[in-house]
Design a protein around this ligand. Structure first.
Ligand code: TXA
Ligand code: MG
Length: 350
């Protein structure tokens, strides 16, 4: 299959993409978080193709993408008041709410669960596509299962070339990490299943009287996560990754020592770190073995380039990766969650 990359400009382009969705084909599209791999969310056969194209386990449910809040009411059997509140406050935006599913949503979308994840992306191209298709669009991130999520059309092409007919190109995704997932199915309480750019602090500020729990699996390695997808190896670069978290000076000392140790052992490590850290280490780490993820403490800058950093050494002779972690405040919780998973839990607190 020939995979076309199209920068959509007119309604003709969106109608063509929507036509593919309506006829059961897959279309990759940009959102403000990462690129999605979309299919008609009401068509079980089309959704099966998503799992095939990604090599994704079929017990890992898909998120339904909607163009407006009216559509949210059409995919749930009963809109929980807390979910309605979150959608009003943060949608369109990087939040996915878990709701009781409506009977007509196919089981393949929800992995057999009685709940469904729903999200309204804050991206014009995504919403125009959904509107033109006239159905909720089921879409996971548009990567091969296990790989870092794509944040450009070129990254989607890397993973999906030959498997899907069309990629809508919307440039680089603004946020760079997947949406915050909040389970809203329990009365009076919310549980954060995956951290993202709608932070725990933002939810707590919006709903001060409500307890915002954090799924235990986000912080403890040995807990089974409640978002099925969070249990799989994820976001993994092709070579092993070790993450260093703590104070800037301590991280620099640890990175320096480990870089020198590995180099002396004949390995070719690369370092993903802040501008400050790379500047401090530039005498020993050659620039071509580094990825600069912006000013230390600038979580938005780091999130926006995180998956590019995890992918960019794939086709080089680098044999391992060392990364500087962030604090766990705000968006830092999402960054550390992805780094923890990408490293298979190899996070060292120095
Ligand atoms: O930002 C995003 O959310 C991106 C863009 C494309 O919208 N999508 C995305 O989809 O990250 P995906 O499939 O890569 O991740 C969806 C996560 C998985 O961990 C899945 O297990 C969880 O959402 N999930 C989906 N439905 C669920 C449900 N009913 N209950 C619990 N977790 C659910
Ligand atoms: Mg994904």
């Amino acid at each position: 299959m020939n995979t076309e990359i199209l920068h959509p400009t007119s309604s003709v382009d969106f109608e063509r993409a929507a036509g593919l969705i309506q006829s059961g084909e897959l279309v990759a599209f940009p959102t403000e978080t990462v690129y999605g791999l979309g299919a008609n969310g009401l068509d079980a056969a089309a959704c099966t193709r998503i799992y095939e194209a990604k090599g994704r386990p079929s017990d890992n449910p898909l998120i339904l993408h909607i163009a407006d809040l009216t559509m949210a009411h059409e995919v749930t059997s009963n809109m929980p008041p807390l979910a309605a509140h979150l959608l009003t406050a943060f949608a369109p935006g990087p939040i996915t709410v878990i709701l009781p599913k409506a009977a007509h949503i196919p089981d393949i979308v929800t992995g057999g669960l009685s709940t469904v994840g729903v999200r309204c992306p804050d991206h014009t191209a995504a919403r125009r596509l959904i509107r033109a298709a006239g159905v909720p669009i089921a879409a996971p991130s548009a990567n091969t299962s296990g790989r870092p999520s794509p944040t450009t059309a070129a990254m989607v092409y890397e993973d999906m070339a030959g498997r899907i007919p069309l990629i809508l190109d919307g440039g680089s995704c603004r946020l760079g990490v997947e949406s915050t997932i909040v389970d809203c199915t329990e009365e009076g309480a919310l549980t954060l299943l995956r951290p993202g750019a709608v932070t725990r602090e933002m939810i707590a500020a919006e709903l001060p009287a409500i307890e915002v729990r954090i799924d235990a699996a986000l912080t403890a390695a040995n807990e089974a996560p409640r978002a099925p997808g969070m249990k799989y190896t994820h976001y993994a670069p092709r070579v092993p990754l070790t993450v260093y978290a703590g104070m800037g000076d301590d991280i620099r000392a640890a990175l320096r020592a480990e870089f020198l140790r590995r180099t002396a052992a004949g390995e070719r490590p690369a370092v993903i770190a802040s501008n400050e850290t790379l500047t401090a280490l530039r005498a020993i780490i050659p620039a071509e073995h580094t990825y600069n993820c912006g000013a230390r403490g600038n979580h938005s800058a780091f999130a926006a380039c995180l998956y590019d950093a995890l992918r960019c050494f794939d086709d080089t002779d680098i044999t391992s990766l060392l990364a500087e972690g962030t604090g766990a405040d705000g968006l830092g919780l999402a960054i550390m969650n992805r780094l923890r998973k990408a490293s298979g839990g190899h996070v060292i607190y120095v």
